[in-house]
Design a binder for this molecule. Structure first.
Ligand code: ZN
Length: 298
């Protein structure tokens, strides 16, 4: 009889320990299984911590939410500046000074390897009101990789950013080179809740290291709702920024983070009553989101 009790209590104790229940092991009887769970699915004991449970396959969304943005359709002259591949030891702080002086909030898509090397700069980016997104660990082309490798790239970067930012984890992700299949995009959205952010203004500053050209290309293409791609790892890009920012301000633009821009996004109405007598559809030809992926890019 005593032996039996002993065995039972040992079993109960190990059950409790396994479930890491904070309550005393002996009394950690699994809370009564909710009888309301879907019938016939008695597999998981109610006491199982739900946090470790594999994410249930995302239920088919009723109306597929928009999870990729190359630009937004907004009321008012709002624009989002995005800076990729950093942080960079000297160029990023210099850019942060420029943004701060103008009370501008931007979005930084960080590379995990650089996050680890520049944690103080990452903290500063966040502290000064900018948004941080995930731009992979080492900047590979995701389209050539399997899910497991892509997961490592994204999760390691989430972890590094979270560590530097006191637990903040990005909700935005930009695949290196904009290269991401539709399947990967949906998968990453299901895994991390990522919104995938591309761009509609690309000065190709990674290719032409010329501040004057960077400035000219951005100012030529930026319109309301634009998401501007740039790289704060290049000195020439940062050199271009004071004039870029001041000119856009003079044109009446207001700068917001990508998430703020997305929150203002509204569907384009079909029959627009042509507010202005513009000769042609606006200059902004929207590139197919993933088409730009092929060419070597940021
Ligand atoms: Zn990049």
């Amino acid at each position: 009889m005593h032996r039996l009790l002993l065995v039972v209590s040992i079993l109960l104790a190990s059950f409790g320990a396994l479930n890491a229940a904070p309550a005393p092991a002996a009394s950690a009887a699994p809370s009564s299984p909710p009888a309301t769970e879907p019938a016939g699915k008695s597999e998981a004991p109610a006491a199982a911590p739900s946090t470790d449970a594999p994410a249930t396959p995302a239920p088919a969304p009723v109306a597929a939410p928009k999870i990729t943005y190359s630009d937004c359709h907004v009321d008012g002259q709002y624009i989002a500046m995005t800076f990729d591949d950093g942080p960079h030891k000297t160029n990023t702080p210099r850019l942060l000074d420029m943004l701060k002086a103008r009370h501008i909030h931007a979005t930084f898509f960080l590379v995990g390897e650089n996050v680890v090397e520049n944690q103080e700069i990452v903290k500063r980016i966040l502290a000064e009101g900018h948004e941080i997104g995930n731009h992979s660990w080492s900047h590979p082309n995701f389209m050539t990789m399997n899910d497991s490798s892509v997961r490592d790239q994204l999760q390691k970067t989430q972890d590094a950013i979270s560590k530097a930012c006191g637990g903040m984890t990005p909700k935005l992700m930009r695949p290196p080179y904009g290269a991401f299949t539709t399947r990967q995009k949906n998968w990453a959205h299901g895994e991390w809740g990522f919104t995938v952010v591309l761009w509609d203004v690309d000065p190709e500053d990674w290719k032409y290291r010329n501040a004057e050209r960077v400035k000219r290309e951005i100012l030529k293409a930026a319109v309301s709702g634009s998401i501007v791609l740039s790289h704060d790892i290049h000195k020439t890009t940062v050199d271009a920024m004071p004039e870029v920012l001041d000119t856009l301000i003079a044109r009446g633009f207001k700068f917001v983070t990508v998430s703020e821009l997305i929150s203002m996004d509204r569907p384009k109405t079909k029959a627009t009553p042509a507010p202005k007598a513009t000769p042609a559809p606006t200059a902004k030809a929207e590139p197919a989101p993933e088409a730009s992926a092929a060419s070597a890019k940021p």
